[in-house]
Design a protein around this ligand. Structure first.
Ligand code: MG
Length: 268
């Protein structure tokens, strides 16, 4: 572990300059938006939407959001923008042509798990159970002392559910179908237009993003960890603010390279 920490400390501070041919994959919470007390507590400002529109134009539409949130929720947050999006850790995915792919999840398992968690949630009103359709999230940001107990309980509950796995996150633990993760979903995007043949760039902040970092590293892309913590990512940005500022820089750098499209960004 010490060796790993040393490795992370020596991560280069300077990120590469944006190049035509990059495709952007962006986690949302903790990467583009500061984490809030609850998932409903965030808003997307106009500047961020504008940066994403600029990047979309500059990359020939090779930009996707990769989140634990359901696609519908992502669309509501970023409206009127509707980008290619992987929701629920890739359990659902809207590709570059607008087609939505959904992984079938055994919903009766969630009912059973929800039923087992109900007494705990009743005792701790700060515990937030969020059934998202294909995944189930249990947020404990408001009752952090419950973390250890919750993880043990869920591990026990999942012992008999071979098709589901636990996904740790920042003050959240999620139950998601085995075989779906952010790395797999990025691979799927990369096999299709308009991403195919491009260099993947992935920004993420949490444990679940490590799947994406590994895949992007294997494709010789650019993996960028936002914030502190151990990571397989090759680059690091200190926080959400730095991540957004770097993306704005990328949009401005790439704007002149956009062909035949009108860029809304300043082409400096
Ligand atoms: Mg995140």
């Amino acid at each position: 572990m010490v060796r790993q920490q040393e490795k992370n400390r020596s991560l280069p501070a300077r990120l590469p300059k944006a190049e035509p041919g990059w495709a952007f994959f962006l986690d949302i919470d903790g990467t583009l938006l500061a984490l809030a007390a609850t998932p409903a507590g965030v808003t997307v400002d106009r500047e961020l939407k504008q940066t994403l529109v600029q990047l979309r134009t500059a990359t020939g539409e090779a930009i996707a959001l990769v989140s634990g949130r359901p696609i519908g929720e992502v669309d509501n947050l970023f409206a009127p923008l509707r980008l290619p999006t992987a929701g629920q850790h890739g359990s659902e995915r809207r590709d570059g042509s607008g087609v939505v792919h959904r992984h079938a999840a055994p919903s009766h398992r969630f009912d059973k798990i929800m039923h087992r968690l109900a007494p705990l949630a009743a005792r701790h009103p700060g515990l937030l159970l969020e059934e998202k359709g294909l995944t189930l999230a249990i947020h404990y940001r408001q009752v952090p002392s419950l973390g250890g107990h919750l993880h043990r309980l869920l591990r026990e509950l999942l012992n008999s559910a071979a098709e589901l796995r636990l996904q740790r996150g920042k003050m959240v633990v999620e139950i998601i179908p085995i075989g779906r993760d952010k790395g797999i979903t990025i691979t799927e995007f990369m096999s299709e237009k308009p991403f195919r043949g491009k260099i993947p760039v992935f920004l993420g902040d949490d444990v679940t993003d490590e799947y994406g970092f590994s895949v992007v590293n294997a494709m010789n892309g650019h993996s960028i960890k936002v914030g502190p913590g151990r990571s397989a990512a090759r680059w690091r940005l200190p926080d959400v603010r730095a991540a957004r500022s770097w993306l704005e820089q990328c949009a401005n750098t790439l704007a002149p390279a956009a062909t035949g499209e009108q860029s809304r960004g300043p082409a400096k």
